[in-house]
Ligand binder design. Structure first.
Ligand code: ADP
Length: 448
């Protein structure tokens, strides 16, 4: 086991990882930018190192600074959290060259899943169902027209290097294809410096369903069931459920097993998430994230498994602590993301928290790194906390969530809590009747 882990992240996830390390008896090192000198992760860690000025590219993304922090403190492993360097294959490789363990999958697995065409090809080879589409990049007008005809309209043109929903264009019929193809290429070039695009069947009313997997790199892997993350705004998840409202246990076990078998074949190490669109009873792979996800607590809640423990254990060379038959699912859990944003316009709302009272009580978990008097810096992601609620049934979970949202107070800044106060009273949400477009439509129709 590791002696000392450096946490290359900030905010709630740095705290989440720190807590796991403390429970495992591992010393912790926090790194921080000058803007985060008073942050909670810095206060709670055994040691801390300032790695640069506020801008993330000079601090949390600054590989030489983080390496130097490892050397100064003698950390033998780095947990990257999510975002920042968590899916940077080069970072994983460089750490290895310096005899520091990257707590995550191999650089090779990060690389193949980071390129969407390679990821999709790999998924096909591993027997994971994918969205019907082009075999690789679509490189000419003729190929675009021919492929679209083969797939059937509407089609979606997507950037190979894509992320955050950028470089995506829908073509409804033959007359839109060439324009959509060339706009997608231009956007992809501008956003990612790479104009390679591919084509997929466009699904009209899918849900976003993802499978949590864990592997130990020695050929053992399990799935921890599914999460429904269909409530999204601009392809950003807002509300996540485990024990999804529409996925039956049988479907969960089937798609989960397909993913677990695939991870065993890959000899995948660490935590990962395989994301699907789900429509008319079918699953279609869209991508794999080779890291811990923001929404991992809902899975922890319904399985009782600490995903961060497992990440740390397998990175240190231990086997997974469970086999598939030991993974059981209890009840329902929902997470809502509390962002420092205007609940109408979603404009960021940094500033000082003048009063803070998190929800509590039975079945409530709050993962956050803020406190009364904390000043939210304007430089980073606006996520300030996650409210995770459990119930034996979805209805019990919703009742408890309504109570917890009403109880939660954050003053001094704007947050997305008022949005959740509305959503938790919406009949479609209560009935579990929503797809990936529901929230955007609701927001457009309910402008105040
Ligand atoms: P990114 O990496 O840019 O987020 P993804 O492939 O994960 O790209 O897709 C982002 C979102 O775009 C999905 O969550 C879904 O909302 C939508 N999307 C992606 N592929 C399709 C598709 N074939 N049909 C309909 N919507 C899609």
């Amino acid at each position: 086991m590791f002696q000392k882990v450096l946490i290359a992240n900030r905010g709630e996830i740095a705290l989440r990882i720190l807590r796991a390390c403390k429970e495992l008896g591992i010393q912790t090192v926090a790194v921080h930018s000058t803007a985060d000198a008073n942050a909670m992760h810095v206060r709670l860690a055994d040691e801390s190192v300032c790695i640069g000025p506020p801008s993330a590219k000079d601090s949390y993304l600054n590989i030489p600074s983080i390496l130097a922090a490892c050397e100064i403190t003698g950390a033998d492993a780095v947990h990257p959290g999510y975002g920042f360097l968590s899916e940077n294959a080069r970072f994983a490789k460089i750490l290895g060259e310096h005899k520091v363990t990257f707590i995550g999958p191999s650089a090779h697995h990060i690389e193949i899943m980071g390129d969407k065409i390679t990821a999709k090809k790999t998924a096909v080879e591993l027997g994971i169902p994918v969205v019907p589409g082009s075999a690789g990049a679509v490189e000419s007008d003729e190929e675009a027209l021919r492929t679209a005809k083969e797939i059937g309209y509407p089609v979606l043109i997507k950037a190979t290097a894509g992320g955050g929903g950028r470089g995506m264009k829908v073509a409804k019929s033959e007359k839109d294809v060439l324009e959509a193809w060339s706009t997608a290429r231009t956007e992809a070039k501008a956003a990612f410096g790479n104009d390679s695009v591919y084509m997929e069947k466009y699904l009209g009313k899918p849900r976003h369903i993802e499978v949590q997997v864990l592997g130990d790199g020695q050929g053992n892997a399990v799935h921890l069931g599914v999460r429904d993350c269909s409530l999204q705004r601009r392809h950003q998840k807002v509300w996540e459920e485990a024990g999804g409202p529409t996925i039956l246990p049988k479907e969960r076990d089937e798609i989960g097993e397909i993913c677990a078998v695939a991870m065993r074949k890959l000899k995948y190490a660490g935590a990962g998430t395989i994301e699907f669109l789900y429509e008319n009873g079918e699953f279609y792979f869209i991508e794999m994230n080779t890291r811990l996800q923001v929404e991992h607590p809902v899975t922890e809640r319904i399985t009782g498994i600490d995903i961060v423990y497992e990440q740390i254990r397998v990175a240190s060379g231990e086997k997974l602590s469970m086999t598939q038959d030991k993974v059981q699912f209890y009840g329902h859990a929902i997470e809502v993301r509390i962002n420092a944003e205007d609940p109408q316009t979603f404009a960021p709302s940094p500033g000082t928290i003048t009063f803070y009272h998190p929800a509590g009580g039975v079945g409530v978990r709050v993962d956050s790194a803020v406190y009364q008097g904390y000043k939210i810096p304007p430089y980073y992601d606006s996520l300030i906390g996650k409210l995770i609620v459990y119930g034996r049934t979805r209805d019990e979970c919703l009742q408890r969530l309504r109570r917890a949202i009403d109880e939660f107070v954050v003053d001094g800044i704007k947050t997305t809590l008022p949005l959740f106060q509305r959503l938790i009273r919406e009949p479609d949400i209560l009935a579990g009747n929503y797809d990936i477009h529901w929230l955007e439509k609701y927001l457009a129709e309910n402008k105040v």
